[in-house]
Design a protein around this ligand. Structure first.
Ligand SMILES: NC(=O)c1ccc[n+]([C@@H]2O[C@H](COP(=O)([O-])OP(=O)(O)OC[C@H]3O[C@@H](n4cnc5c(N)ncnc54)[C@H](OP(=O)(O)O)[C@@H]3O)[C@@H](O)[C@H]2O)c1
Length: 249
């Protein structure tokens, strides 16, 4: 049966791949992001369905509420909190700490809470999926805000998993390692610049700590998302997908 999923950050990278996968599986996708042109590009690649696009910044609670009002007659089966920003932050006047925390952590909190009433209308199991990061689990120099925001998402996920289990809302997080998207390419370039080598040289260094010796593709993260949305027994979990870069026991 066709379900309806709300995906933040659907205009590129992992979010776009998730929308493509879910539409291919026969579901309807509501695409959220700040950039209308990017969302439209995603929309044009989807398999046929009752899809929609809304421009919204997840740090803007008023705009989120306005979108929720427009969607008030919909029943949502899953919220995929994927939107996020990356990069370094440094203490000082230009510190990106607040921007990164406001987007990745508070933005996810805003996104899920705003659309929760639409999710609660669905009859059977429903899902909240949060895209965290391998950097929730390990440290990278000068990525304090990103690491803290992504680790914070795991706390958020666990609290919500307990809170909403009685309503049959399953809440899980995915921690991808390197995924081949614009964000990771910028990350590679930024770190390479910082240590005075080329992006390709840093890519080789980065892949030394990945047993599979490659980045994941956005479609591989999307496949995991589709699986988690299809099941009704896993909740409160963090699922790693990182080519073996870290192995939890
Ligand atoms: N690529 C990796 O290696 C990797 C690894 C681990 C985790 N992740 C996580 O995976 C998620 C997707 O990243 P990606 O690699 O696909 O990068 P991406 O292509 O840059 O996608 C991030 C998306 O988030 C949206 N976004 C950013 N700030 C927003 C805001 N304030 N409000 C609404 N939308 C916002 C952006 O769209 P607009 O500009 O249109 O708003 C963009 O489409 C992120 O949470 C990222 O941290 C990525």
């Amino acid at each position: 049966m066709a379900k309806t999923y709300l995906i933040s950050g659907a205009g590129s990278g992992i979010g776009r791949a998730i929308a493509q996968q879910l539409s291919k599986n026969g579901h309807n996708c509501i695409l959220l992001g700040r950039n209308a042109a990017k969302l439209k590009q995603t929309l044009n690649t989807l398999s046929p369905g009752d899809h929609a696009v809304f421009t919204v910044d997840i740090t803007d609670k008023l705009r989120l509420s306005a979108v929720a009002y427009q969607l008030r007659d919909k029943v949502i089966d899953g919220l995929i909190a994927n939107a996020g920003i990356g990069g370094e932050n440094y203490w000082g006047d230009d510190d990106r700490w607040h921007t990164i925390i406001e987007t990745n952590l508070t933005g996810t909190y805003n996104f899920v809470n705003t659309f929760l009433p639409l999710l609660q209308k669905a009859a059977n199991e429903k899902h909240v999926l949060i895209i965290s990061s391998v950097l929730a689990r390990l440290g990278v120099a000068n990525y304090s805000a990103y690491c803290a925001s992504k680790a914070g998402l795991l706390g958020l996920m666990r609290s919500w998993a307990v809170q909403y289990a009685p309503q049959k809302i399953l809440v899980n997080a995915i921690c991808p390692g390197w995924v081949d998207t614009e964000m990771s390419q910028q990350g590679l370039q930024g770190i390479a610049d910082g240590i005075g080598i080329t992006k390709d040289e840093f890519y080789d260094i980065a892949m030394q700590s990945v047993p599979l010796k490659r980045m994941s593709q956005p479609e591989e993260i999307a496949g995991l998302v589709a699986y988690l949305l299809s099941q009704s027994a896993i909740t409160g979990q963090t699922i790693d997908i990182n080519g073996g870069a870290i192995m939890n026991s």
